[in-house]
Design a protein around this ligand. Structure first.
Ligand code: PAF
Length: 294
């Protein structure tokens, strides 16, 4: 194949998937909502290592936004995204129109009942139902052998793995490590909306994760003490307000026991206010680390 194809129609994409599969080629899909940054490009690289064809979907999924203002304000940069995909050697960009994925009167949802309740699910009503529904539709459209998601959205990845397993999707779900800025902040399209002061203070997240990692390495296993350390670190950032800071089982997402005995997901969501001089917007950032991992 030469040049990158931009496909809007599911039927056309499915026909191409059949042809690629028929020719014995492996397809990897990287689902995105656009605003492609180097974090996404790392997912593309991971996809490239695992397949012959790399397909990227670009779709700002309305059903995963609990706040219409967040949906309207979500950065959209289709031409730039296409350029970035082309430069990264992507073979196909699938950019469906909303009415194709959600035909009028659509009433079918895919929901992972328990994993979608805690953490981001508690604060964002319906968010994960929107994610698992759209990811199902994207998998059915692209028929990939592999689909790659970032580990920054750890809960999302856990849900998608569970959904694929429960529904028997014939696809391997792969998690790719979080890409970070030089100073350690996890890459996100939301970072650009932080004011300059909030941007500096946003390092509180990675400092809190590092602090907990060091404490565990030094032998601390008490979850109350570990979380107190995390909260203390974030409290140093005057513009930050914790949405959640929790230790949970990385697979079931059940709360960790009072004394850690095995791997524990330390998951953080922190809301940053605009700078005192009004620069920047309110931005909610997430980050995580698996402590005592293998
Ligand atoms: O992680 C994202 O960008 C989105 O949640 C996803 C997986 C593309 C579904 O819209």
């Amino acid at each position: 194949m030469s040049g990158m194809q931009i496909i809007r129609s599911r039927g056309e994409l499915q026909a191409l998937a059949d042809a690629e599969r028929g020719a014995g080629r492996r397809i990897a899909l990287v689902p995105t909502m656009g605003a492609i940054h180097t974090g996404h490009l790392a997912l593309v690289e991971e996809a490239r290592r695992r397949a012959d064809r790399v397909w990227v979907s670009i779709f700002v999924n309305p059903t995963q936004f609990d706040d219409p203002a967040d949906y309207d304000g979500y950065p959209r940069s289709f031409e730039g995204d296409l350029r970035a995909c082309r430069e990264a050697g992507v073979d196909v960009v699938y950019a469906p129109r909303p009415e194709e994925l959600y035909p009028p009167g659509a009433q079918t949802w895919v929901e992972v009942s328990e994993l979608s309740k805690p953490l981001c699910g508690a604060a964002r009503e319906g968010h994960f139902r929107g994610v698992t529904t759209v990811v199902s539709k994207l998998l059915l459209a692209a028929k990939p052998h592999v689909a790659v998601f970032g580990e920054k959205d750890f809960q999302q990845l856990a849900l998608i793995r569970r959904m694929a397993r429960d529904l028997g999707f014939d696809v391997e779900i792969v998690g790719a490590p979080t890409v970070r800025e030089a100073d350690g902040l996890a890459r996100s399209s939301r970072n650009l909306r932080l004011g300059p002061q909030a941007r500096k203070q946003a390092l509180a997240l990675v400092r809190a994760l590092d602090g907990a990692g060091q404490a565990v390495a030094a032998g601390e296993r008490d979850t109350v003490k570990l979380l107190a350390g995390v909260r203390g670190e974030i409290a140093k950032a005057s513009l930050a307000e914790i949405d959640y800071a929790e230790l949970r089982d990385p697979e079931s997402l059940e709360p960790s026991p009072a004394t850690l005995a095995g791997p524990a997901l330390l998951a953080l969501a922190v809301r940053f206010s605009p700078d005192p001089d009004g620069r920047g917007a309110e931005v909610r950032l997430i980050d995580n680390r698996v402590l005592l991992g293998l």
